[in-house]
Ligand binder design. Structure first.
Ligand code: IPM
Ligand code: MG
Length: 359
């Protein structure tokens, strides 16, 4: 049976990078017998422009019915002054919430070919293979009450709420421990339990979940220290599990260890393994339309989709090998370019991955 993929390019460079990932899927279909169907939808600013909402009803329906969702990126300058309720980011947050994609996997792997592209010394980052497991549908991103209110003295006050129910902590804990079982069996839970009660509970529940995985070693770290350790000695980590907002911040930090945020894919999974796959970088409006973005994070997101949701491990391996081959051959988009390498456009990089798949 053929799997259905909802393809949501979104805004900015989303259009360009998703086009390259679709080329890769088309090649796997035509040359290697992958059985998938793709259908496009609008999300983010593109959705707002077409129908006044960043998550049009048809897009939500398409995404619910699909087996997997491939997303580019959302956001751009022209939508920044809109009311927060209809800003492009709400389209992405709405999809995460509606599809209950609570478990966000953000691997940070350093490709040996790119060791020089990192701003950190090669010996600090070489061999880096870290998995950040970010809670994605709770915490301060979604907590109520929230808003901006006017106090009695006429001053305005902004407020958000950090909340986690035990079941939310438990299920993200299980995700992290299950992944650790397939890796080096070490989980670091990141919190701010010295200040925030909500994460005191987080720590307690993680301890409880850990009892079900006696082979996995659990440690705890405060988020400020975790940020510092990520740039000091990132290789000490195997799996890091954390809240929605801490994960947002730490995953950008981890991404830069690998040289470019343009290399990192992500998977957002529900309880049954259905997922949305997207590069962790944003829509980069400053370089949109110039055909210079790096499509590899999106192409690697397709690989994660094949591996985690569509059970096509061999196809995923093929993509990973093709990406490695292209890097070995010295091809680099602008963000990862260094002396002696060949600088290529976004579309040329996509073509090169397709050529590597075929060779
Ligand atoms: C991410 C992004 C999003 C987030 C934005 C675009 C809403 O930064 O996926 O990391 O904050 O989760
Ligand atoms: Mg982010």
């Amino acid at each position: 049976m053929s799997n259905k993929i909802a393809v949501l390019p979104g805004d900015g460079i989303g259009q360009e990078i998703v086009a390259e990932a679709v080329k890769v899927l088309e090649c796997l279909k035509s040359d290697f017998g992958l059985s998938v169907e793709m259908e496009n939808g609008l999300v983010g600013g593109a959705g707002y422009d077409a129908s006044g909402t960043p998550l049009p009803e048809e897009t939500l329906k398409l995404s619910r019915e699909a087996d997997s969702v491939l997303l580019g990126a959302v956001g751009g300058y022209q939508w920044e002054s809109l009311d927060i309720a209809v800003r492009p980011e709400k389209g992405l947050l709405g999809l995460r919430a509606e599809l209950e994609l609570f478990s966000n996997l953000r691997p940070a792997i350093l490709y040996p070919q790119l060791a020089d592209a990192s701003t950190l010394r090669a010996d600090v980052v070489s061999g880096l293979d870290l998995m950040i497991v970010r809670e994605l549908t709770g915490g301060i991103y979604f907590g109520q009450p929230r808003g901006i209110r006017t106090l009695d003295n006429g001053e305005r006050q902004g407020y958000n709420t950090l909340v986690y129910a035990e079941h939310e902590i438990e299920r993200i804990g299980h995700s992290a421990f299950k992944i650790a079982m397939k890796r080096d069996k070490r989980v670091t839970s990141v919190d701010k339990a010295n200040v925030l009660e909500c994460t005191e509970l987080w720590r307690e529940v993680m301890e409880r979940v850990a009892k079900e995985y006696p082979e996995v070693e659990l440690s705890h770290m405060y988020v400020d220290n975790a940020a510092m350790q990520l740039v000091r000695a990132p290789k000490q980590f195997d799996v890091m599990v954390t809240t929605n907002m801490f994960g947002d911040i730490l995953s950008d930090c981890a991404a830069m260890l690998t040289g470019s945020i343009g290399m990192l894919p992500s998977a957002s999974l529900d309880a049954n393994g259905k997922g949305m796959y997207e590069p962790i970088h944003g829509s980069a409006p400053d370089i949109a339309g110039q055909n210079i973005a790096n499509p590899l994070a999106t192409i690697l997101s397709v690989s994660m989709m094949l591996r985690y949701s569509l059970n096509q491990v061999e196809m995923a391996d093929k993509i990973d090998q093709a990406v490695n081959r292209v890097l070995d051959n010295g091809l680099r988009t602008k963000d990862i370019h260094s002396e002696g390498m060949q600088e290529v456009s976004c579309s040329a990089m996509g073509d090169a991955v397709v050529a590597a798949l075929r060779s």
